[in-house]
Structures are given as structure tokens and as C-alpha cells.
Design a protein around this ligand. Structure first.
Ligand SMILES: C[S@@+](CC[C@H](N)C(=O)[O-])C[C@H]1O[C@@H](n2cnc3c(N)ncnc32)[C@H](O)[C@@H]1O
Length: 414
């Protein structure tokens, strides 16, 4: 039986009361459920907070804070390890409950569903989110990646015709991992996941390994810095006297700091490994699908992302009679009120690239996107299955907290 109120912190207790320990375990379990690591509710006699609810989460934080103080005092007076363990557990849960920014590296599971409602991967896709100690925007999984990964899983964005896929700015890697799962088992299929921070290339590797996509080459993590690559592309085309446009300018705030981050990333999450780097020469026209999520947040990104997509996608058509699907560039970006200029600059850049044609562009929130898929499935009689899917209920709850509109572009080689 779960308690009907949070346990009182009894100043007279000589050892940590069972219901306090059980309540701490309930909070730990609730966090695991929230991250998709487990879907099991457990009842060990503690109090169960609904940590998805904002006011309950605040009350839980208050209780945890009091527990840290109380157990620390008891530990100092008694020197019993049990009190220290309670204080440490309450402190750790406090930081985790405060959000990703305060916690260490975590591996979480994200559920994605196929068109008919079956899971893309049973148990969800394991995603490695490094600690924010490495301080970069790539250390969390962004809503654009969630939206595009879901669409790829259920083939409303169909990538099944492609084999040589590359992701730009993969971050924690959900999108590339979803593409890897969607193409799994198709002959010659592989997804090259790229980022410029070693800790994030390592995150892609961890994710690929955890999902069984590493050893078979379904995922290939590589280092690629957009600006270094763009400079090399310009240099290549100058040598060949091909037309080039403009010079490459680098966003100071975001980019130059990477040198410092490279130097400090030698903690246990990167382990000093030198990452293979994708070069401009060998990557020219080497892919038939380029994917990216949330990579347009500096003005300088808009030019290089367009340049890179054009460079990476195969240019030549096969001979007459051979099957041909035009290579594609698919990108989802959030429409943040602070970043309209960047979105407009990217669209202008793509419009000025004669070898890339816009196939489709659509705007939606995550919640609307999920809703319309659910209604479609319910019509086909899968309502019972959906109603019992706890991970789906969790996804709906998370989506409700994200009111951003996301724009998805599909461009084709023309
Ligand atoms: C907002 S995050 C998005 C991450 C991931 N695509 C997602 O949606 O969860 C932007 C990503 O772009 C990467 N990035 C930023 N500047 C880059 C550069 N110059 N070269 C390569 N990657 C870069 C960051 O490291 C980060 O992983």
C-alpha cells in the first residue's frame, strides 16, 4: 500500500524510517518512468508523487530538501552510514528532479512507433545524454529530433528508398538512431552520424552500441565540423574553378569555444579517443540522404548547412532504365520567435541553390503531429493497443509541455 501523505521526518528516529527510504525509491522510480527506462509502477509503502505535475514536483522537491538537511544532521550526530545514504540519495534526486542541467549523464529510452502502432524498437531507442558539465546545446535531445524521428519511424517521412544517410549536428543522436533502426537490415544501408564535439560523437557511439547498430556498421559516428568542412569545400571548388558563393564566416559565441571544449572533454565520457573526421573530398556526393534537426540557431549556420547538404548529396543520375530515387535533404527546425531571421536566411539560401528543389514544407506542433497519427490508427481499430501503451501516455504528457511549432523541409536533388 502506498502512503496517503509524504512521511513526516521524525526527529526522534534512531535509524532511517522505512517509509522515508521507500518514498525516495518511489521518486527514483518515477524519474525512470519519465525517462522511459522502465514502465513499471512499484508500491513499496512509500508516498508516490506525480512528478509530471508542476505543483506536486515542487512539493516533492521541498520534501527532498528537508530530507537532505534532516538526514545530514542525524548522520553527523550518529555517524551511521544509513543516514549518509539517505542524505545522498535525497540530494541526487533533488538534482535530477531539477532537470537535466543539474544531473549527470543519463541513458534514456525514447519510444517510437511504426505506422501501424507497433514499436520501432521494443523497449524504445536508448539515447545517451552526456552530462551538462560538457556544457553544450547538443547534450539534450531537442523536440525537432523527436518530431522527425517519430515521422521517420512511422514512414510519414519515408526514407526506405535510401541507403547512404548522413546526419548533421547529431547531438545525443535520437534522429540518426531512428534512421538507423528504420533502415536496419536493408542491404548496404548505413547512417553516418556527425557532430563537432567529441563528447557528442561518443554519445552517438554509445547510443548505436546500446541499440545494436554499431558493430554491423548500421551507424558510423564521425566528426564533422560544419565550418571546417565548408572552408574545405570552398577551397576544393576554387581549385577546380567551380563557382563558389561568398566566404565562410564562423559564429564566435558557439564555435570558437569548441577548441576549449575539446580540451576539457577528456573526462570519462570521451576517454581521449581521437574521432575519425569526414573530409570534404571523400564526402562529395557520397550520400543519398541528408538529415538534420535543430541546426539553424546561428545566422552563420544557415549558409553552411545549405552548402553542406548540396555538397554531400549525390549529383549524378544512373543510366537509363536503372531505378532512381532523387537524393533528399530533410530538416526539421523549431520556429522560435527569436530565430525568424535564421529560418528566413536558410530558406533564401536553399532557394538560391539551383541543384536543390523544395518538395514539401509543413508546420506542426509535436502534440498535433502525434494526435493526427493516433486518430488515424484508432480508425484502423488499434485503440485498445494504444490505450494500454504507457510510453505513449508519457509522450503525450511531454508533448503537452512543448508548444513550439516545428517546420519540416524536404528538398530533392534536381
Ligand atoms: C540544438 S542541437 C541539436 C542536436 C540534435 N540534432 C537534436 O535535435 O537533439 C545542435 C547540434 O549541432 C551541433 N553543432 C553546432 N555547431 C556545429 C558545428 N560547427 N559543426 C558540427 N556540429 C555543430 C551541436 O554540437 C549540437 O549537437
Amino acid at each position: 500500500m502506498a502512503l496517503s501523505a509524504p512521511p513526516d521526518l521524525d526527529k526522534a528516529a534512531s535509524e532511517p524510517p522505512e517509509e522515508v527510504v521507500a518514498t525516495l525509491q518511489q521518486v527514483a522510480q518515477a524519474l525512470k518512468i519519465q525517462r522511459g527506462i522502465t514502465s513499471d509502477d512499484i508500491f513499496r509503502g512509500g508516498y508516490v508523487w506525480d512528478i509530471v505535475d508542476k505543483s506536486e514536483r515542487h512539493q516533492c522537491l521541498q520534501w527532498l530538501g528537508r530530507t537532505v538537511e534532516w538526514a545530514t544532521k542525524k548522520w553527523m550526530l550518529s555517524e551511521q552510514d544509513e543516514w549518509e545514504q539517505v542524505a545522498e540519495m535525497a540530494a541526487k534526486l533533488t538534482s535530477e528532479l531539477c532537470g537535466k542541467g543539474a544531473s549527470g549523464a543519463v541513458q534514456r529510452r525514447v519510444s517510437l512507433w511504426r505506422r501501424d502502432g507497433d514499436p520501432l524498437l521494443v523497449g524504445g531507442i536508448a539515447v545517451h545524454e552526456p552530462s551538462f558539465v560538457h556544457a553544450d546545446v547538443g547534450c539534450k535531445t531537442w523536440g525537432a529530433a523527436i518530431l522527425l524521428a517519430r515521422r521517420i519511424a512511422r514512414q510519414s517521412v519515408d526514407i526506405s528508398a535510401f541507403r547512404r544517410c548522413i546526419e548533421l549536428g547529431s547531438g545525443t543522436g535520437l534522429l540518426g538512431l531512428a534512421a538507423g533502426c528504420a533502415l536496419r537490415g536493408l542491404e548496404g544501408a548505413s547512417v553516418t552520424m556527425t557532430d563537432y564535439l567529441p563528447v557528442l560523437i561518443q554519445a552517438a557511439r554509445e547510443g548505436a552500441r546500446a541499440n545494436g547498430l554499431l558493430d554491423n556498421g548500421a551507424i558510423v559516428p564521425m566528426k564533422m565540423d560544419w565550418f571546417e568542412m565548408a572552408q574545405d569545400i570552398v577551397a576544393l571548388s576554387e581549385n577546380r574553378e567551380e563557382p563558389t558563393r561568398g566566404t565562410i564566416s564562423i559564429p564566435i559565441a558557439n564555435y570558437l569555444d569548441a577548441v576549449h571544449r575539446d580540451a576539457t572533454a577528456a573526462g570519462n565520457e570521451w576517454e581521449g579517443r581521437i574521432e575519425p573526421t569526414l573530409g570534404a573530398k571523400e564526402s562529395k556526393g557520397a550520400f543519398d540522404l541528408v538529415i538534420a534537426a535543430d541546426v539553424l540557431y546561428e545566422m552563420e549556420h544557415c549558409y553552411v548547412i545549405a552548402l553542406l547538404a548540396n555538397h554531400l548529396l549525390a549529383a549524378t543520375k544512373p543510366g537509363v532504365g536503372e531505378p532512381y530515387v532523387a537524393p533528399r535533404f530533410i530538416l526539421t527546425t523549431p520556429l522560435r520567435s527569436t530565430h525568424w531571421r535564421e529560418v528566413a536566411a536558410f530558406e533564401a539560401e536553399m532557394a538560391a541553390t539551383p541543384t536543390m528543389c523544395l518538395v514539401s514544407r509543413d508546420d506542426t506542433t509535436r502534440a498535433d503531429d502525434l494526435d493526427s497519427w493516433i486518430s488515424g490508427i484508432k480508425d484502423k481499430g488499434s485503440a485498445t493497443m494504444l490505450a494500454s501503451d504507457l510510453n505513449l501516455a508519457r509522450a503525450i504528457g511531454e508533448d503537452a509541455g512543448d508548444s513550439l511549432i516545428y517546420r519540416t523541409y524536404v528538398y530533392e536533388r534536381c
